[in-house]
Design a protein around this ligand. Sequence first.
Ligand SMILES: [Zn+2]
Length: 56
Amino acid sequence: MFNESPKCRVCGKEIEGGEPVQLEMRYPKSRGFTEIKAYLKLEAQFTCHECAKSKT
Ligand SMILES: [Zn+2]
């Protein structure tokens, strides 16, 4: 499950390591970031650099 690469929500491109991305998510209600990875997996949506540039 966790090996799955995140994809850009706009163009569907796989996010590459080291690539700058825009991240949209709700801030966790629970305290701390202990479960941030699981949370990101559920809640985060990435936008790749190219799409983020063209959006703004
Ligand atoms: Zn994109």
